[in-house]
Design a protein around this ligand. Structure first.
Ligand SMILES: [Zn+2]
Length: 514
């Protein structure tokens, strides 16, 4: 039986709460504590299931206004009209006739950040990270879509059953949108039927390692495996994401102190990256099968800036190579990494300050396509926190929450503006993931994935606001610019001043015809 007076009361309370929230937003977008309290009260008032919306705002349609909206062709004052999960219209006229308007004044409305490289580690390694905490952290940092790697979950994502299991988990738990890369390993590289099953199931493309991945169930590919898979990847028009390092014997000093970062760095020289990229180019040279749009060999986490010359050479001969670097390569340099601080360990390693400046320049010039976080945490014991032994520590940096501020802080000094940033963090990643017709832009018809942020304000990098499962991160207390106020995922208000909506509202992002 439906209790009519009860419904009336609920509607009234909703209206009051919405009104209060609206008023607060409108007048003082920065009053963090007050906003949180209002939202808390608002949540308590709302009975589950009654409203249509999953996010903290229950209005079916609303308008976001700001003096600085990052449109695809420039930054201007504007209004963004959201209905359901979509942006239905945009306008440069900010006088809007709609009862539900949030005016963010000088704060920026950008397309939500798309992080194409993250390890959620679920199922199987919830003690490393998980969909809940990983995507809560992402949303807190203005990331609206993450693409999950086929490892270090257990099982890894190398067949359709495993992909379906991940989709199911994400639908139940994700606070951001989540897509999936499938694994390309020696066991499936030549089996185009199995690869096809993964694409048909919605995998956005494939990931391989050219060196030991550290995960026994995810062995690295050899040249023959790549050669066997290339015709399929090209015909299917999906990206081939590669951890490009070929590990060979290096001179090393057995007496070198393993708690010093330079000791670890010497074990993975730039030559490993350069050899791997050269080998990939040779394989592309050798394969003459036709390539559909969407195919590229995508170099994951490029650390060595000198490798760009090889990439440029191949691109000039028509090869579809794309390349990403990570926020940590733009933020830190090897000279500054203290002894024993294994939270800085990743592969390829963070290199020196000159290299860092070259990477930043390459992003500014367009020679590098995009930036990801390669968020890959592990428990403190695996990070060898106590011993500080860089050689034994698990490689992987925790940082999806800081992708936006870290990238912005590095790039703004090189003259990259808000539009340039949106291209590197939203538009190009959407293109790589094959969803650029609906994500990565503030434009009519696009998904309402948005971040409202203050580029001139300091980001909160305190441990207290770190939402990752493990708080160990090189970004802790880093002086980064870019304070995220609000994150909207598919029209749902998901993060508000560091507070996360109670319900997960993320959607699964599927490839082309799935
Ligand atoms: Zn990775």
């Amino acid at each position: 039986m439906v209790d009519k007076p009860m419904i009336g009361m609920v509607i009234l309370l909703n209206a009051i709460a919405a009104g209060v929230l609206y008023q607060r937003f409108h007048d003082h977008p920065q009053v963090q504590l007050l906003e949180s309290r209002v939202l808390e009260v608002y949540h308590k008032l709302l009975p589950p299931k009654t409203p249509d919306r999953c996010g903290a705002l229950k209005w079916p349609s609303y308008v976001l206004i700001s003096d600085r909206v990052v449109f695809p062709d420039g930054v201007r004052p504007g209004a963004v009209f959201v209905e359901g999960s979509k942006i239905v219209a945009v306008s440069e006229n900010v006088t809007v006739d709609n009862p539900h308007v949030m005016n963010f004044k000088n704060a920026v409305i950008s397309p939500g950040v798309i992080d194409v490289h993250i390890h959620l580690n679920e199922p199987g390694r919830l003690d490393w990270e998980g969909i809940t905490n990983g995507t809560r952290a992402a949303a807190t940092g203005g990331v609206t879509t993450v693409i999950d790697m086929p490892l270090n979950s257990d099982p890894v994502t190398t067949d359709r059953t495993q992909l379906e299991a991940k989709k199911k988990l994400a639908r139940a738990k994700a606070f951001t949108n989540v897509g999936f890369w499938a694994g390309l390993v020696p066991g499936n590289a030549a089996n185009h039927t199995r690869l096809e099953e993964l694409v048909a199931g919605g995998a956005l493309g494939f990931k391989s390692f050219m060196c030991n991945s550290g995960i026994n169930d995810f062995p690295n590919v050899e040249s023959a495996d790549i050669a066997a898979a290339l015709p399929f990847l090209k015909r299917r028009g999906v990206p081939f994401f590669v951890h490009a390092e070929v590990v060979t014997q290096v001179e090393s000093d057995p007496s070198a102190d393993p708690t010093r970062y330079t000791t670890y760095m010497a074990t993975r020289p730039p030559k490993f990256e350069q050899d791997a990229i050269r080998l990939l180019v040779q394989l592309l040279d050798a394969d003459t099968s036709p390539a559909a749009p969407g195919f590229s060999v995508h170099i994951a986490h490029l650390a060595d800036a000198d490798s760009l010359e090889i990439i440029r050479g191949a691109q000039s001969r028509g090869h579809p190579l794309t390349v990403e670097t990570c926020a940590h390569y733009l933020t830190f340099s090897s000279e500054d990494i203290p002894d024993k601080q294994t939270q800085y360990k990743c592969a390829p390693p963070i290199r020196d300050a000159t290299n860092k400046q070259m990477l930043i320049k390459a992003l500014a010039s367009g020679a590098i396509n995009l930036v990801s976080s390669d968020h890959s945490p592990a428990p403190a014991s695996l990070k060898e926190v106590e011993s500080g032994n860089f050689l034994r520590a698990w490689g992987g940096i925790s940082g999806v929450q800081y992708l936006l501020p870290a990238t912005w802080t590095a790039l703004r000094e090189a003259g990259v503006d808000l539009l340039g940033l949106a291209r590197l963090l939203s538009e190009a990643p959407a293109r790589l993931a094959g969803c650029s017709s609906r994500k990565g832009r503030v434009a009519p018809g696009y998904d309402a994935d948005l971040v409202v942020w203050e580029p001139e304000e300091r980001a909160n990098t305190s441990v207290a606001l770190n939402m990752h499962t493990h708080k160990l991160s090189p970004y802790t207390d880093a002086p980064l610019y870019g304070k995220v106020l609000v994150t909207v995922v598919g029209g749902e208000l998901t993060s508000l001043f560091g507070r996360i909506n109670k319900q997960p509202c993320g959607q699964v992002v599927l490839g082309g015809d799935a």
